[in-house]
Design a protein around this ligand. Structure first.
Ligand code: URP
Ligand code: ZN
Ligand code: ZN
Length: 479
C-alpha cells in the first residue's frame, strides 16, 4: 500500500504544477496527475502547496557552550522543526581545542540517535596537529562528512587561528570537502569587549557594541581570500551585514566559488532589541553575530533575492532564561544563541513570498534545495521527484498563526518572533514517508531520524573549485 498526497500543487526550486505524489516506503515513487487512490492511504493536499521539507543547514542541538548546554535536544529540536515544515538539519560537531576530532564526532552521533528527523554534521576544526589531519580524512572517507567548520571568533574557547584555518582549508581541498566559517575577528571582539566592559557597560547592549559589522566584514574577507589563494570553495554561515555581503558579492562576481547563508532572525529582527529596558528580553537576543540595523536587514533581503545569498538557516541554539542569567552582571557571560527552527519557513513565507520578495520556487530554493545542492545531498533531499526521500511539507498558504513561546514546541521560554502573526503554515509534514505533523498534532517518533551521509565532491570537485588567482608557478630559466 502506498501513501498518496492528493490534489495539491507541487512546488520545487524549478517550477510548480498540479500533481499527486505517490510514496512507497521512505521514498517518492511517482509525481503525476490524477493518480487512482483505491486501496492506498491518502493525504489531502487540496488548496495547498506540496514542497520539499525544509533543510536547516545550521543548528546546535544540546550543544555544550559557554559553560552550559543548549536546552533543545535532538529529539525535541527535530520535532519542533516538523511543526514548521523542516525535516532535516545539519548540526555541528564541535571538539574543544586538543580534543580528538573523531571522538567528538562519535559523541555527537550518540547524542543524535534520539533525533526524530534526519540529520548530518559539519565538523568544526578548532586546533591542528597530525591527528586532526588524519581524522579529517577518516571523516570524509568513512563517515559521510563533506564540510568542516571554522570559528574565527570565541577567543580562548573554540576560535581557530589563521594557521589552523590554512591547514584545514588545504586539507579540505585535498579531500573534496567544503569549508565553512563563522566570520568574526575574534581578537577584535575580545579587545572591544574589554574596552566596553571597562567603560562600565555590562548589560546586553554591550554585546552588539563589541561585534560591529566591520569585525564580521574583516573576517569574511580574510576567509574568502584564504579560500581563494588555496583554491577551495567556501560557505559563510550567518551572514548578517553589508560588510560581509559585499565581500561575498565581490568574490562571486570575480568567479570565486563562495556561498552565503542568512538567518531568518537576521532578516527580521533588528538591533533595537539590545536597548530594551527589560534585561531578560535583551539577553535573549544575545547571539553572534548580533542583530543589525534595518539598513543591513534590507541588504540581506536583497542578497537573498539576487542569489548572492543561497541558503536560509536558524543557528537554532536555545538557552533558557535561567541560562542567560549566567551573564546577569556581564554580557560576556551570557550564552550566545537564539531559537528558530520551528518558525523559519513561516516567517520567510510571510515576509518573503507574501511580500513579493521571493517566488514560491525561490522559497523552496532558499529553504531546502540550495542547501541540498551545496552540501551534496540533492536530489535525495530538497526535491519532489521519483527516488527522492519522501520529506515533504504540505503548505497551507492561507493558514495563519501567531508565534509565541507559550505555544511553540521549542524547548526554550522565549521566542524572538513573539507576537508575529504569520500567514503560510505547515499543515502536514512527512519525514521519509511518515506523517509526523498534521494540523497541530505532533506525531514525531524518538529515534526515527536517520544520519544523512554526504559524499565528498569527488569527480565534481574540479568544477566546484574556485578560481585560483595564483598563476601556475614557473621557475625562471637563467641558463
Ligand atoms: O550565538 C550563536 N550564534 N551561538 C551558536 C554558536 C555560533 O556561533 O554559531
Ligand atoms: Zn556562529
Ligand atoms: Zn551556529
Amino acid at each position: 500500500m502506498a501513501t498518496i498526497i492528493k490534489g495539491g500543487t507541487v512546488v520545487t526550486a524549478e517550477r510548480e504544477w498540479r500533481a499527486d505524489v505517490v510514496i512507497e516506503g521512505d521514498t517518492i515513487r511517482e509525481v503525476t496527475a490524477d493518480v487512482d487512490t483505491t486501496g492506498h492511504d491518502v493525504v489531502d493536499a487540496g488548496g495547498c502547496y506540496v514542497m520539499p521539507g525544509g533543510i536547516d543547514p545550521h543548528t546546535h542541538m544540546e550543544l555544550p557552550f559557554m559553560g552550559t548546554v543548549a536546552s533543545e535536544d535532538f529529539f525535541s529540536g527535530t520535532s519542533a522543526g516538523f511543526a514548521g515544515g523542516t525535516t532535516s538539519i545539519i548540526d555541528f560537531v564541535i571538539p574543544g581545542p586538543g580534543d580528538s576530532v573523531l571522538d567528538a564526532y562519535k559523541t555527537w552521533r550518540g547524542w543524535a540517535e534520539k533525533a526524530a528527523g534526519d540529520y548530518t554534521f559539519h565538523v568544526a576544526i578548532t586546533w591542528w596537529d597530525e591527528s586532526v589531519h588524519r581524522d579529517m580524512g577518516t571523516l570524509v572517507a568513512d563517515h559521510g562528512v563533506n564540510s568542516f567548520k571554522h570559528f574565527m571568533a570565541y577567543k580562548n574557547a573554540i576560535m581557530c587561528d589563521d594557521e589552523t584555518l590554512v591547514n584545514s582549508f588545504s586539507r579540505a581541498r585535498e579531500l573534496g570537502a567544503l569549508c565553512t566559517v563563522h566570520a568574526e575577528n575574534g581578537e577584535l571582539v575580545f579587545r572591544l569587549q574589554k574596552e566596553i566592559a571597562d567603560k562600565g557597560i555590562l548589560g546586553p547592549e554591550g554585546h552588539p557594541l563589541s561585534r560591529p559589522p566591520e569585525v564580521e566584514g574583516e573576517a569574511a574577507n580574510r576567509a574568502i581570500r584564504i579560500a581563494e589563494v588555496l583554491g577551495v570553495p567556501l560557505y559563510l554561515v550567518h551572514t548578517s551585514c553589508i560588510d560581509a555581503l559585499e565581500a561575498v558579492t565581490r568574490a562571486r562576481l570575480e568567479g570565486q566559488r563562495v556561498f552565503a547563508e542568512v538567518l531568518a532572525g537576521h532578516l527580521l529582527v533588528d538591533d533595537s532589541v539590545y536597548r530594551n529596558a527589560d534585561w531578560r528580553f535583551a539577553a535573549h537576543h544575545v547571539m553572534s553575530p548580533p542583530f543589525r540595523s534595518k539598513e543591513h536587514q534590507d541588504a540581506l533581503w536583497r542578497g537573498l533575492q539576487s542569489g548572492m545569498i543561497q541558503t536560509t538557516a536558524t543557528d537554532h541554539c536555545c538557552f533558557r532564561t535561567v541560562q542567560k542569567q549566567m551573564g546577569k552582571d556581564d554580557f560576556r557571560s551570557i550564552p550566545n544563541g537564539t531559537a528558530g527552527i520551528e518558525d523559519r519557513m513561516s516567517v520567510l513565507w510571510d515576509q518573503g513570498v507574501r511580500k513579493g520578495r521571493l517566488t514560491r520556487s525561490e522559497f523552496v530554493a532558499v529553504t531546502s534545495a540550495n542547501a541540498a545542492k551545496i552540501f551534496n545531498i540533492y536530489p535525495k533531499k530538497g526535491a519532489i521527484a521519483p527516488g527522492a526521500d519522501a520529506d515533504i511539507v504540505i503548505w497551507d498558504p492561507d493558514g495563519s498563526r501567531t508565534i509565541s513561546a507559550e505555544t511553540h514546541h521549542q524547548q526554550i521560554d522565549f521566542n524572538i518572533f513573539e507576537g508575529m502573526t504569520v500567514t503560510g503554515i505547515a499543515k502536514t509534514t512527512l519525514s521519509r514517508g511518515k506523517v509526523v505533523w498534521h494540523d497541530g498534532d505532533m506525531r514525531s517518533v524518538r529515534g526515527a531520524g536517520r544520519y544523512i551521509d554526504r559524499p565528498p565532491f569527488g569527480p565534481y570537485w574540479d568544477a566546484q573549485r574556485t578560481k585560483n588567482r595564483l598563476a601556475e608557478p614557473v621557475a625562471v630559466d637563467r641558463g
